[in-house]
Design a protein. Structure first.
Length: 135
C-alpha cells in the first residue's frame, strides 16, 4: 500500500531519527513531499509511505508512541486546466505554495507534490477549477 500522511510533531521529538527507524525497523519506503521543521515551534512533514499494510500500521504505532500526530491524506486535489483563468486568487491561501505564480509567464502553476490537501483553494477559486477527489 502507498499512502500520503501528515506528521505533526512537538519540539522535543525533532532530534529523534524517526525516518531512519521507519526504513530500517518497519521496512517502509518513504518520500518526503514537504517539511516545515522549526526547532522553536511544532513542525510538520508530509510523507508518502509505501510498504506492506502490517508494516505500515506498525510504523504508525511507532510514530504515535513518540507523540507524533499522524493524519492520512485521503483526498487528492486536482486542477481543471481548462477552467483555470490564472487569476492568482488561490495563491494567497496556499500556505505550502503548491499554487504559485510564475512571474515570467504570469501563469499560476500547480505543484501537486507540495499540496497538503487543505482545500482552501477549492473554496476561493471563482471558476471552480480546483476539485477534491476522495480515495
Ligand atoms: S483561483 Fe482558480 S482560476 Fe484563479 S488561478 Fe487559482 S485555480 Fe486558477
Ligand atoms: S489544497 Fe491547500 S495546499 Fe493544496 S493547492 Fe489547494 S490551497 Fe494549496
Amino acid at each position: 500500500m502507498k499512502k500520503r500522511i501528515i506528521l505533526r510533531f512537538k519540539r522535543n521529538t525533532i532530534d529523534k531519527p524517526i525516518v531512519y527507524k521507519l526504513v530500517k525497523d518497519f521496512d517502509l519506503v518513504f518520500n518526503i513531499l514537504r517539511a516545515n521543521i522549526s526547532p522553536r515551534e511544532d513542525s510538520m512533514m508530509v510523507m508518502e509511505i509505501e510498504g506492506a499494510e502490517e508494516d505500515f500500521m506498525k510504523g504508525l504505532e511507532y510514530l504515535k508512541s513518540l507523540n507524533i500526530d499522524t493524519e492520512p491524506i485521503e483526498q487528492d486535489i486536482n486542477r481543471n486546466e481548462l477552467k483555470c483563468v490564472h487569476c492568482g486568487l488561490c495563491t494567497s491561501v496556499c500556505a505550502p505554495e503548491a499554487l504559485h505564480l510564475d512571474r515570467e509567464t504570469m501563469k499560476v502553476l500547480f505543484d501537486y507534490e507540495n499540496c497538503v490537501a487543505c482545500e482552501l483553494c477549492v473554496k476561493v477559486c471563482p471558476v471552480k477549477a480546483m476539485n477534491v477527489f476522495f480515495d
